[in-house]
Design a protein. Structure first.
Length: 676
C-alpha cells in the first residue's frame, strides 16, 4: 500500500527508519523537485521518463557493472545505448536536452558510453562552428546517428596549452585540401572519449598552416574510419588508451595522422575561413575556436551538483537506517544521522549540491545568451563568460570531489565497498577537475580577468567594471551578520576584493622589482588562484540567494532558507581567516557564525532525507535496482540495506565456487610443503 503524506510517497514495506524520516519532512518533495529542475514540467517529465524506462527490461543493466571486465563494460554500455536509441523517440522529446541527459543518466549511469561525446562534444562544436552548408552535410547524419563522432583536441604532449598543439593542418593550394599530420609521438591525439574504438568521425583540433604561417588551433571535421568496415582509413592510426580511474565503459583513444588529406570544406568555417587562394578570413574574436569549451564548462556546475547529490542520496539514506552507538536513550542505538559530526559531514554538501545546480541554471542561461549573440556577430560577452565559467568549473569540481569523498566516509566500511557505488561516482566526477581545462590553469584564466579588473578600479575607472566584479570598487563598510544574507555577501565581497587586490599588488611589486611579467605571474600564482576561488564562491553564494528569493511556496522557501543559511555560514567559516586577518571580522562574529552553523544543522536534520529524496533519482539511476540483479545497495529508496548487502556478497563471482584456483594452485601447495 502507498500512502501519500504531503505528496511524499510513504510505502508499506520500506525500512521504518526511512519512513519515519519521510514523515517528518516539512515540505513536499515534488514541489522541491520543481525548484531543483527549474519547472514543474521538467520535474514531472523526469518522473515519467524514469517510470517508462523502468518498464523496459532491455534498458536495465544486464549484469552488476562492478563485476565486469573492461571489454564487458564497453559491450554492456554499447548494448544499452543502442537499445535506448530505438526507444528514444517514444520516450522523450528529442529536441529537449534536459530530457536527453536524464534518460542517458538513467540508462547508462556513470561508466560512460560510446555516444556520450557524440552528443556533448561532437554535435555542439559542429553546431557552433559549422556553416549552414556544413550543417546540411553532417548535422542531420550526426543527429540521426548515421555517423558517430568525438572531439579530438588534447595530445599526448599538450592538453592545457592548446596554442602549442602539434597536429598540423597545412593548406595545399594545389589540391585545395588540408593535410593533417602528426609530426611526433607527442602530437598523437590522446584522451578523446569514444575515439578509441567507436567513432568513425572526429572534430579534430589542429594548428592551421597556410603558406608556412601558423594561424593557431582550428576545428576540422575528419572521417577516421570506413563507414562500412569500420576499419581506420589509410593514413590514420587510432586505438584505445587503456583503463582509467573511471569511465571504463567508454573508449578514450589516441589518434595519429600520416599526411591525411581532407577537403577545404572540412574546416568548420561559420566564423573563420580559408579561401581557395589561401586567404585567411579571421573570426570576430581571437578565441572563437574555444567557444565550445565555454559551452561544456557552463554545464558543469549543474552536472557536478547532480553527481554530488547522487552520492549524498546514498549516504543520507544509509545514515538514516544505520544505527550505531548511543545518545541519551541507552535502550536503542541511534541513527548515525543523529550525530552532529555526521550532519556536519553531509549537510553542507547537500547545500552545495543545491547551490551548484542553481548556479548551473544561471550559467547555462548565460551561455545560451552568448550563443545567440555570437550567431548575430556580437562576441562582447565571451570574455566575461570565459572568466566566470573557468572559475566555476574549477571550484565546483573540487568541492564536488570533497563532498563525494565525505559521503563515502560517512558510510563507514560499507562506503568503501563497490556495493555503495560511491567510488564510481567519485571517479566520474573527479575527472572534471582535469577535463575541460585543468583546474589550476582555469583558475589562472579567471585571475587574469580579476587582475585586469583590479587595475581598472585602481586607475579610478570603476564605471568600466562589469557587474560581476563591480564589488572590487566598493568601499569597506563593516557589517553586522545578524542582519541576514546581504551582510554575508558584503563580508564575502570584502574578503574576495581584498585577496584580488593583494594578489594584484604583489604581482605589480614583483614586476617593479625587475622580474619579468610571466615570472612575476608565476611567483604570485597561488595567491592568484586563491583570489579566483573566493570570487567564484561569492558568485555561487549570490546565485543561491537569488534563487531562494525567487521562490513563492512558503514551505519550500523555509527549508531552502535553512539550507542557504547553512551554506552561508559554512562558506564564510571556511574563509574566515581572510577577514580576521585585517580585523574586518571580529572573534565575536566568528563565534556567531559557528553557532548559526550548528543551529542550521539541527534545523535541517528532520528534512535531510526528504532534501535528498527531492532530487528524485530513481533506484535505477543510482544503480540500486533490484528487479534485474543486485547492485548498489546502500542508497536504496526502500532502505533495506543489510539483507541486500548479503545478497550482493553472495552474487560475487568469487562465491560461485567454494574453492578457488588460487587456493588449489598456490595456497594449498604452500601449506602442504610447510607440513613436511
Ligand atoms: C539540474 C539540471 C539538469 C541539467 C544537467 C544535467 C546533468 C546530468 C548528468 C547526467 C550524466 C552526465 C554525464 C556526464 C559525463 C561527463 C562526460 C565527461 C566528458 C569529458 C569530456 C572532456 C573533454 C575535454 O576535456 S576537451 C579538451 C578540453 N581542453 C581544454 O579545456 C584546454 C584548456 N586550455 C585552454 O582552454 C586554453 O589553452 C587556455 C584558455 C588555458 C589558454 O589559451 P591561450 O590561447 O593560450 O590564451 P591566453 O594567452 O591564456 O589568453 C589570451 C586571452 O584570451 C582569453 N581567452 C582564453 N580563452 C578564452 C575563451 N574561451 N573565450 C574568451 N576569451 C578567452 C584570455 O582570457 C586572455 O584574455 P586577456 O587576459 O584579455 O588577454
Ligand atoms: C576523463 C577525461 C576525459 C577527457 N576527454 C577528452 C576529450 O573528449 N577530448 C579531448 O580533447 N581531451 C579530453 N581529455 C583531456 C583533458 O582535456 C586534458 O587532460 C586536460 O585539458 C588537462 O590537460 P593536460 O592533460 O595537458 O594536463 P597538464 O597541463 O599537463 O597538467 C599537469 C599539471 O600541470 C599544471 N599546469 C599546466 N599548465 C599550467 C600553467 N600554465 N600554469 C600552472 N600550472 C600548469 C596543471 O595544473 C597540472 O597540475 C579528457 C581527460 C579526462 C581526464
Amino acid at each position: 500500500m502507498t500512502m501519500v503524506f504531503l505528496n511524499k510517497e510513504i510505502r508499506d514495506g520500506d525500512n521504518p527508519d526511512l519512513t519515519e524520516e519521510r514523515k517528518t519532512a516539512t515540505f513536499d518533495t515534488n514541489k522541491m523537485a520543481e525548484v531543483i529542475y527549474g519547472s514543474e514540467k521538467l520535474a514531472r517529465r523526469r518522473r515519467e521518463i524514469s517510470q517508462a524506462v523502468s518498464l523496459i527490461p532491455e534498458l536495465a543493466d544486464s549484469k552488476p557493472l562492478p563485476f565486469l571486465s573492461r571489454n564487458e563494460k564497453i559491450l554492456e554500455s554499447t548494448r544499452k545505448v543502442t537499445a535506448l536509441n530505438e526507444h528514444l523517440p517514444r520516450l522523450i522529446n528529442m529536441n529537449d536536452e534536459d530530457e536527453a541527459w536524464h534518460i542517458h543518466s538513467e540508462v547508462i549511469g556513470f561508466e560512460g558510453n560510446p555516444l556520450a561525446l557524440h552528443h556533448s562534444l561532437f554535435i555542439p562544436p559542429l553546431v557552433i562552428q559549422g556553416s549552414d552548408e556544413q550543417h546540411e552535410k553532417w548535422l542531420g547524419r550526426a543527429k540521426r546517428r548515421e555517423i558517430i563522432g568525438c572531439y579530438a583536441q588534447t595530445e599526448l604532449g599538450h592538453g592545457s596549452n592548446i596554442r602549442k598543439l602539434e597536429t598540423t593542418a597545412t593548406y595545399s593550394l594545389s589540391t585545395q585540401e588540408f593535410i593533417l599530420h602528426t609530426p611526433t609521438i607527442n602530437a598523437l591525439k590522446w584522451w578523446p572519449g569514444a575515439l578509441g574504438k567507436s567513432s568513425n568521425h572526429a572534430v579534430v583540433v589542429a594548428s592551421l598552416i597556410i603558406k608556412e604561417q601558423n594561424y593557431g588551433p582550428h576545428l576540422f571535421m575528419v572521417q577516421i574510419r570506413d563507414e562500412q568496415s569500420h576499419e581506420p582509413l589509410p593514413g590514420i592510426a587510432v586505438g584505445d588508451i587503456g583503463p582509467k580511474m573511471a569511465f571504463n565503459g567508454a573508449d578514450n583513444g589516441f589518434l595519429g595522422f600520416n599526411n591525411f588529406r581532407i577537403p577545404r570544406g572540412n574546416l568548420l568555417n561559420r566564423h573563420c575561413n580559408v579561401e581557395v587562394d589561401g586567404t585567411y578570413v579571421r573570426p570576430p574574436h581571437d578565441k572563437m575556436n574555444y567557444a565550445g569549451m565555454i559551452r561544456v564548462r557552463s554545464r558543469m556546475a549543474a552536472e557536478q551538483g547532480t553527481f554530488m547529490a547522487q552520492a549524498l542520496t546514498i549516504a543520507v539514506r544509509y545514515s538514516a537506517v544505520r544505527r550505531q552507538g548511543f545518545l541519551e536513550n541507552k535502550s536503542q542505538e541511534v541513527k548515525v544521522l543523529d550525530y552532529q559530526t555526521q550532519q556536519h559531514r553531509l549537510f553542507p554538501a547537500i547545500a552545495r549540491s543545491y547551490a551548484f545546480i542553481f548556479c548551473g541554471f544561471e550559467t547555462i542561461q548565460k551561455y545560451e545568451t552568448l550563443q545567440n549573440e555570437m550567431n548575430s556577430g556580437n562576441v562582447s560577452l565571451m570574455a566575461d563568460l570565459h572568466a566566470l565559467t573557468s572559475g566555476i568549473k574549477s571550484v565546483v569540481t573540487y568541492q564536488t570531489g570533497e563532498g563525494i569523498e565525505q559521503a563515502r566516509m560517512a558510510c563507514g566500511g560499507h562506503g568503501y565497498s563497490m556495493a555503495s557505488y560511491i567510488s564510481e561516482i567519485y571517479g566520474c566526477a573527479i575527472g572534471g577537475c582535469t577535463y575541460e581545462g585543468e583546474n589550476m590553469v582555469m583558475l589562472l584564466q579567471l585571475a587574469r580577468y580579476l587582475v585586469k579588473s583590479v587595475e581598472l578600479a585602481m586607475r579610478g575607472k570603476p564605471g568600466d567594471l562589469g557587474p560581476m566584479v563591480a564589488y572590487l570598487a566598493y568601499p569597506d563598510i563593516k557589517v553586522d551578520l545578524v542582519t541576514g544574507p546581504e551582510a554575508y555577501v558584503k563580508m564575502f565581497q570584502h574578503i574576495s576584493k581584498r585577496q584580488s587586490i593583494k594578489a594584484t599588488e604583489k604581482f605589480h611589486r614583483k614586476m617593479e622589482s625587475g622580474v619579468s611579467r610571466d615570472e612575476a605571474w608565476n611567483q604570485c600564482a597561488v595567491e592568484l588562484t586563491r583570489a579566483s576561488r573566493l570570487h567564484t564562491r561569492l558568485y555561487i553564494i549570490e546565485t543561491f540567494i537569488r534563487r531562494v528569493d525567487s521562490i513563492e511556496d512558503l514551505s519550500i522557501k523555509m527549508v531552502l532558507t535553512d539550507l542557504m543559511n547553512l551554506h552561508l555560514n559554512y562558506e564564510l567559516l571556511d574563509v574566515a581567516s581572510y577577514a580576521l586577518e585585517d580585523g574586518f571580522m571580529s572573534s565575536t562574529q566568528m563565534g556567531f557564525i559557528k553557532n548559526q552553523l550548528y543551529s542550521s544543522l539541527e534545523k535541517i536534520r528532520p528534512n535531510a532525507v526528504s532534501l535528498v529524496d527531492s532530487f528524485q533519482f530513481s533506484d535505477l539511476q543510482l544503480r540500486s535496482n533490484l528487479l534485474n540483479f543486485l547492485f548498489q545497495v546502500l542508497g536504496r529508496r526502500d532502505g533495506h540495506v543489510y539483507q541486500n548487502l548479503f545478497e550482493w556478497a553472495k552474487s560475487s563471482p568469487l562465491n560461485q565456487t567454494e574453492v578457488l584456483p588460487s587456493v588449489t594452485q598456490y595456497l594449498k601447495p604452500m601449506m602442504e610443503k610447510a607440513k613436511l
